[in-house]
Design a protein around this ligand. Structure first.
Ligand SMILES: Nc1nc2c(c(=O)[nH]1)N[C@H]1C(S)=C(S)[C@@H](COP(=O)(O)OP(=O)(O)OC[C@H]3O[C@@H](n4cnc5c(=O)[nH]c(N)nc54)[C@H](O)[C@@H]3O)O[C@H]1N2
Ligand SMILES: Nc1nc2c(c(=O)[nH]1)N[C@H]1C(S)=C(S)[C@@H](COP(=O)(O)OP(=O)(O)OC[C@H]3O[C@@H](n4cnc5c(=O)[nH]c(N)nc54)[C@H](O)[C@@H]3O)O[C@H]1N2
Ligand code: SF4
Ligand SMILES: [Mo]
Length: 894
């Protein structure tokens, strides 16, 4: 991998909640290509990066950037755009009141952006209708933490994942979604004489199972039953910590009673959760036998109509055994976005104030109001994401500002969300990328400075505040979100309240608010960063990663919370929560399968940035639907065929991947594809908007659906040197490669007929044409000076034989040698080994290369593969897949 020059800036990765430290060279020009490296001094990653983090530099390009403000699709100056925004904002408030205004933000905003957004809305515009994509992400954990601990606080730290003797991953595909934590866990397992026992609880067999001793393929949605059963089992087997129960908790008896109702014995649990009794008992014994147990969870827990209860069912078991906030022994929520935590600290959700102050404590409203000198302080919580968009639909909300999130792709029932935005009188979208599906609904588009171009802080999953630092100038006319928000505040007449000159000004105010009436001895609130309230600009610039709380300048931060058994509930004791059985959406005759959705290894959410890096597009290049062989067979669906998935909300057409990693009755689709890169890949148009009753977080993991084979009359693959609009066909996907773009297309009629002549018109007639009658494919090649400009292959069947990754290499500007035209038209390399589907993103090693090497060179381990091909030796994200390839060949050879 490319080394960074010694003079580099330390910053934090733009993506997940692990919050890895990154080093990047200082760039004078915005266009300069950047290579980033892991920061070996950062306590989250100690130099490691995953595939997405390593490719950050490749995403810092002009392609797709929103360069200047736009009003109704036309370029405007900043002045005009802000004037228009403020004019409409004032008009809306005058005519319809402040509640008709909303802001929908993001856990990817920096703390400083978030703080200003919250202050502007809740204190000055006077509307609590500010919610964020964290509602789709962490809301159930926030609600669960508050119920149990009286405060939204993650007790543990990353080291606990390494210290645990038993590590339980619930609804978390850590290998793909928190890859550097997964690497840390793997490294610690390899170092330890006695490795930890690892349990993975997930309806799907994910790559995280690579390190599992026990995999529990749980029936979707039944986690509370499993953990209620654990509580009962612990009690029956004398494994509860009576002293801890007495001193530090309340409500155990009630919780146990309820748990007994849903989960009286292992047999009942096994039956309800779809597991074997042996496995359930094995899990319970592992939990009971290891004092040092960490239970880590993510969206398989949160994104559920019983999400908050799942969180508390887990925490109940930790409370019963006194395992909270101790080294290697704690419940641990893994946050998704880089600053989901920072957003929670500034109170970015509609039902929070700021700095862990609460609406339900009347003094708190007054406190914030006084501190901000707010003329229009809100008194009530506002609308949360799903309801907020419903209020846009009904016309109650007439002005919405969307910042750092892409709800037309990521909200459930997404077609309805899109329709609501299309009729909303004013939609403002701040994004660094154009176009996005949401940006296309905007009346006013504001270009936001992106990662690498702005300064501020983020908080990761272990409460660690790190600096994001700017190391290159903003692209085009982009400005930082905090600065845009502050300017709007000033134009609304609040010059003093929004007089910030730099992010440090905002941060100091946020830190001061955290210390307001928050005596370091009495500790009414745990979120306290008063120790950072007096940082000078220079100290802020140099701020090193630190874990809150830190209450004074001499305080170095806090690794773990609640080890003293004291909590932030009125009684100071942690609360057990009785957990009942929840009946959520079930499969029906019409919709007999449950759709699970989630993430893939190399893409980030709606792909606005990761899809810019060709190497991140090769691991999974098309939107797909994983389904079990039994469900495929009964519907006549073949592997790689197209399949329609439909719910009562919407439908999507995806490429079938037949695998026994998903169970019969379930299907899985990635959340990432959008209308920008696919015709029908937006899976959220299928996802139902059912929400958890406490957190109001949508259940994105369990939508009842039906599926059927999609019968296309024509299929095509097109590779072009230059980007072209996605043709209007029934199925279409655009994949960016190195120096080329690939289009996978299909149509139920003859929609592809015109494509060749269209390309002829655009690219000229320098072509070679060939009718491959054996395969029934018509092939056309456009050449310019002997170099491939475009190749199109159209047939009645999906052209599986065509080796796309090899064909793409012919378009690379640094392609070593130009192949002859007949080689290109053959679509498969005539000699040597085809790379095949990419497995290792860091070194670009394909599946065929790996399997050939395993066979021909008798490779026996992942290490052997690494030594021979380098695959798996950088970020390690592909190690589970390498092992699967090895095992498959070893099984075959036996
Ligand atoms: N590569 C990559 N990494 C990311 C992101 C990304 O977009 N791409 N996004 C980041 C963000 S914002 C987030 S929130 C995190 C999410 O990180 P994860 O939560 O790990 O990711 P998901 O794939 O959404 O879902 C995790 C697992 O929950 C399982 N699951 C579904 N239903 C159930 C159930 O009922 N019970 C249990 N126990 N499990 C269930 C799914 O099968 C899936 O494997 O990832 C972060 N990291
Ligand atoms: N089906 C399904 N849907 C899901 C999920 C799921 O598991 N399944 N997961 C949910 C979860 S957990 C999450 S977190 C959401 C994520 O969903 P979104 O938040 O909608 O996805 P992103 O692509 O991260 O959107 C971020 C946007 O902000 C832009 N951006 C980047 N940096 C900046 C910046 O500094 N300022 C501004 N103004 N804009 C910026 C990006 O270009 C992008 O358009 O999706 C949710 N939706
Ligand atoms: S694990 Fe990967 S995506 Fe997450 S912060 Fe680290 S480098 Fe970035
Ligand atoms: Mo998330």
């Amino acid at each position: 991998m490319t080394e960074c020059p010694p003079q580099s800036i330390q910053t934090t990765c733009a993506y997940c909640g692990v919050g890895c430290g990154v080093r990047a060279p200082v760039a004078k020009e915005a266009e300069q290509l950047i290579a980033v490296a892991g920061d070996e001094t950062h306590p989250a990653n100690y130099g490691r990066l995953c595939s997405k983090g390593s490719a950050l530099g490749e995403t810092l390009i002009d392609e797709g950037r929103l360069l200047y403000p736009q009003i109704n699709g036309y370029r405007s100056s900043w002045d005009q755009a802000l004037d228009e925004l403020v004019k409409r904002l004032k008009q809306t408030i005058e005519e319809y009141g402040p509640e008709s205004v909303a802001l929908y933000g993001s856990g990817q905003l920096l703390t400083e952006d978030y703080y200003v957004a919250n202050k502007l809305m809740k204190g000055f515009i006077g509307s609590a209708n500010i919610d964020t994509n964290s509602r789709l992400c962490m809301a159930s954990t926030v609600a669960g933490h508050k119920r149990a601990f009286g405060t939204d606080t993650v007790p543990g730290c990353y080291e606990d994942l390494e210290l645990a003797d038993c590590l339980i991953l619930v609804g978390s595909n850590t290998a793909w979604c928190h890859p550097v934590l997964f690497q840390r866990i793997r490294a610690s397992q390899e170092r330890r004489v006695k490795p930890a026992k690892v349990v993975v609880i997930d309806p799907r067999r994910t790559d995280s199972c690579d390190i599992a001793d026990l995999f529990l393929p749980i029936r979707p949605g039944t986690d509370s039953i499993l953990f209620n059963g654990l509580l009962v089992w612990l009690a029956l087997h004398g494994k509860v910590d009576d002293a801890y129960l007495e001193q530090s908790t309340q409500g155990f008896a009630d919780a146990l009673d309820k748990a007994y109702e849903t989960s009286p014995d292992i047999g009942t649990v096994a039956e309800k959760c779809g597991l074997s009794e042996v496995d359930v008992e094995c899990f319970y014994r592992m939990f009971a036998d290891h004092e040092k147990t960490v239970t880590a969870w993510s969206q398989g827990v949160n994104q559920s109509s019983a999400g908050t209860d799942k969180v508390n069912a887990i925490i109940n078991c930790h409370l019963a055994t006194g395992r909270v906030g101790l080294p290697g022994s704690t419940p641990f929520s893994l946050t998704g976005q880089p600053n989901a935590m920072g957003g929670r600290e500034v109170g970015g959700l509609a039902n929070q104030l700021a700095a862990h102050l609460e609406f339900h404590r009347p003094d708190d409203i007054e406190r914030v109001s006084r501190f901000w000198q707010a003329p229009n302080m809100v008194q009530q919580p506002g609308l949360t994401a799903v309801d907020l968009l419903r209020a846009v639909e009904s016309g109650e909300i007439r002005f919405i500002w969307i910042m750092g999130t892409n709800p037309v792709v990521s909200m459930p029932d997404a077609d309805r969300v899109k329709a609501a935005l299309q009729i909303c009188p004013t939609v403002v979208v701040s994004d660094c990328i154009a176009p996005t599906d949401t940006g296309q609904c905007a009346d006013i588009l504001l270009p936001a400075a992106g990662w690498s171009e702005k300064d501020g802080t983020v908080t990761n999953s272990e409460r660690r505040i790190s600096r994001q630092r700017r190391f290159r100038p903003p692209t085009g006319e982009a400005r930082a979100d905090w600065a845009i928000l502050s300017e709007v505040g000033r134009r609304l007449g609040h010059a003093e309240a929004f007089a910030y000159q730099c992010p440090a000004d905002v941060f100091r105010e946020h830190a001061r608010l955290s210390a307001l009436d928050n005596d370091p001895e009495a500790r009414p609130r745990d979120f306290h960063i008063g120790g950072l309230a007096e940082l000078s600009d220079q100290e802020y610039d140099q701020l090193q990663p630190v874990q809150w709380p830190l209450r004074s300048r001499t305080d170095n931060g806090t690794q773990r919370m609640f080890a003293d058994g004291k909590f932030y509930t009125p009684s100071g004791k942690a609360q057990f929560v009785p957990i009942q059985e929840t009946i959520s959406a079930q499969a029906t005759e019409a919709y007999p399968l449950l759709l699970n959705t989630g993430r893939i290894r190399d893409q980030w959410h709606t792909m606005t940035r990761t899809a810019l890096a060709p190497r991140l597009n090769r691991h999974k290049d098309e939107p797909f639907l994983e389904l079990n062989p039994a469900d495929a067979a009964s519907r006549g669906i073949n592997d790689k065929a197209l399949v329609t998935v439909r719910s009562s909300y919407g439908q999507s057409v995806l490429r079938a991947t037949i695998t026994d990693q998903v169970q019969p009755g379930q299907v899985f689709a990635p959340m990432h594809w959008t209308a920008q890169n696919s015709q029908t890949g937006r899976i959220c148009s299928v996802a139902h908007p059912e929400v958890d009753p406490y957190s109001l977080q949508p259940d994105l993991k369990r939508t009842p659906v039906q599926i059927e084979a999609f019968h296309a009359r024509q299929h095509a693959v097109l590779i072009c040197r230059d980007k072209r609009p996605l043709p209007d066909t029934d199925y279409g996907v655009l994949v960016k490669g190195t120096d080329c773009y690939r289009y996978e297309l299909a149509d139920t009629e003859n929609g592809l007929d015109g494509l060749r002549s269209e390309l002829m018109a655009a690219l000229g007639p320098h072509i070679v044409q060939y009718q491959d009658s054996e395969l029934g494919i018509e092939k056309t090649l456009w050449l310019d000076d002997g170099k491939a400009v475009a190749v199109l292959m159209i047939g009645s069947e999906y052209p599986t034989e065509v080796d796309r990754s090899w064909l793409e290499t012919l378009f690379a500007s640094d392609a070593p040698e130009q192949p002859s035209w007949w080689q290109v038209l053959a679509g498969v390399p005539t000699s040597g080994c085809a790379g095949g589907k990419q497995v290792c993103a860091c070194f670009g090693v394909g599946q065929e290369t790996i399997t050939a090497a395993i066979r021909e060179q008798d490779l026996e381990s992942v290490e052997d593969i690494g030594k021979t091909l380098k695959a798996g030796t950088n970020c390690g994200s592909c190690i589970p897949e390498l092992r699967q390839l090895l095992t498959a060949i070893q099984v075959e050879e036996v």
